[in-house]
Design a protein around this ligand. Sequence first.
Ligand SMILES: [Zn+2]
Ligand SMILES: [Zn+2]
Length: 400
Amino acid sequence: MAIQLKWPILGVIIPCILIAGIGYGAHFFVFSRHMSLVDQIWFQVYMTMVWISYILAIVKDPGSPPKNFQPNSGEWRRWCKKCQNYKPERTHHCKTCNKCVLKMDHHCPWTYNCVGHGNIAHFLRFLLWVIFTTGITFVELSKRAVQYYKDSDLPSYLISKSEMFAVIFLLPVDFFVLASITVLLIRCVKDMFFMGMTQIEGWEMERIESQFHTERMWARIRRNYYKLHGKELPRLTSWNRTQRYYENTKDENTVNDDANDNDQSGVPEEFTTDDLIFPYDRGLWKNIIDSCGMPWTWILPWGGPSSDGYHFDKTEFMDEDQLGLPWPPDGGHQDIEVEEPDVSQMVVGNRTNIKMLKKRLDPRSTMKRTEWRSDAGETLDDLGVDVEAEDEDELMVKVQ
Ligand SMILES: [Zn+2]
Ligand SMILES: [Zn+2]
């Protein structure tokens, strides 16, 4: 869940106190007595890298679109009401930074900055250095704790009280930081490296999947398709047709028994979320390079992606994209009204119908994008996006 601090500056002060307290506290009370001088110097090098990457994550601008930015042909014309400017693909307006942020991932209260195109590499490096340094600290402090246990028979005057109190106090604090930063890193990297998505795009994909069965979504997609291509959306097919065909013929009472793919208001029967092509997922290796730059720059404090942040390379599977629309395909027409099927008439006779009934009863099915919540309870607003600037009812496609 998103964290809102009453005084935003605390978002920077708290991490500084934790970094300094754990790092220098452990060094002064414990490492200085039990580590070789060379190891102590290395530990301070790691601490310096934590500070450098943290400062860069705070001060480095994620980047904003230039004034009078013009989208390319075939892209959404996304207008930012606050900046009075067009937004490039993947750009969102941050409510805290009060500006449009290129390839916005989320607004981070702990760096008092947005994480986006220009600083995502600094942010990830900061998380990595914190994990590395708190990991070493955890191992060394644990060794001391085990030693105290082994020495429990020794007279107490042989054990340094200040050192023991430091270990007892710092060990759980260090573990808390190590565990929480590891979770945060996994969360960032999972979407970005494995799927080529920012956290906002991961949220968007979850929304699309949760509304994929609704007529409202397909009415929007069909309108967008007609606007861009000047013709009706063609019949969609699934790469996984055999499996779905098997399921549908086995279950007699499937919800979409009477659905017709040629019915321009209906939900296509043979098109699943697996058939959606997310345009920016270029495979693990290219996804890492797209967000963090070339491998030899990863560890360097100034390394980062080489692209401009306005235009992004697309996956090589774009020619398999049947929707042929900019991402997200249901962009715009948020106020569209569609009569959804009456759930009271649904026959709950088999597994498919129960699953579909659950989906239809979920109030999020018909929610506007700006109101929708993920399974983790997050709205677009929680990720830092200014939802007023994000209202895309007027979204237009620039026809070539
Ligand atoms: Zn803006
Ligand atoms: Zn921001």
